[in-house]
Design a protein around this ligand. Sequence first.
Ligand code: PLP
Length: 371
Amino acid sequence: MMTVPLLDLKAQYAALRPQIRAAIDRVCESQHFILGPEVAALEEEVAAFCGARFAVGMSSGTDALLAALMAIGVGPGDEVITTCYSFFATAGVIARVGARPVFVDIDPQTFNLDAEAVRVRATPRTKAILPVHLFGRCAEMDPLLAVAQEHGLYVIEDAAQAIGARDEHGRQAGTIGHIGCFSFFPSKNLGAFGDGGMAVTNDAALAETLRVLRVHGGKPKYYHHVVGGNFRLDALQAAVLRVKLPYLPAWTAARRQNAQRYRALFAEAGLLQTVLLPAESPGHIYNQFVVRLPERDRLQVFLRDRGIETEVYYPRPLHLQECFRELGYRPGDFPQAEAAAREALALPVYPELTEAQQRYVVRQIRDFYQQ
Ligand SMILES: *Cc1c(COP(=O)(O)O)cnc(C)c1O
């Protein structure tokens, strides 16, 4: 039996071991662990990579989002419009600053928030729109930017899964709205050796505010006009990420090639009536290759028994999470997201995946539906 993990970070590490060890050694010898030259260098490199003027290293993608909402002054009484189909942090940060998450349904083709639905949800209390570029595909930004302009709203991009992704105009994820937030969680396309994140912006004042918020709001040190947090990126993480960043375009190309190969293999296997493949777009970086199919849970067990690891992103939409009960949402409010939660399954698509492994995955899926 072949084994196909969802992600193979050991293979990636094996290819980079000497460089990464050297980078870690460099930090150990310097004993400079908090911010400092490694973080500053990574910030410059990420800013250059994604074409943003400023980048601010953060302790995680979640903290980058939290700091972004703090930087634009979201607080109690405010509303932030976002998708109901994402990783929890997207909505969690809105609640944590005391604001109200206002959810919209998704476009079933892209899993991203339904841009038309956003307009209807804008009220005088709305402060920001928080689109997510889910699975590495950019959300449709033009309608959101239009609504934001009309109502004077901020746009904060949750680009945690989308570093290097581009939208239909070639704009890079994270640089289209006012602030974009990346995550370096190990399973993201650019993964650290622990938690890490970054906020990018073209606005000098917002960049400065993010930098101050990152150190408890102290400026100068020990003098606080605002309450921030400890949102700093580690020098060790920055050093590791600096080794990995130059490889990101090649890894993205490999993920895209794997996605194309799945398309050919699913077509060859006659499965296109059964398995709904993710909508392709040239800027999609396939952090996840998420298909929709019937009998998802049974298939997942079937694949697991045959050595194939898959994941359900996400089994419960955000509007139906227990912690948001007081918001008053009900099952049926967002039928597209609720259907996706029942049908979506992420297949392995990581760069080192081989053609033989992909053929094996598709053959097992075909066998499941032919039983
Ligand atoms: C991973 C992720 C986050 C949070 O990033 P962390 O670095 O894990 O804190 C936020 N939003 C989305 C969509 C994510 O996938």
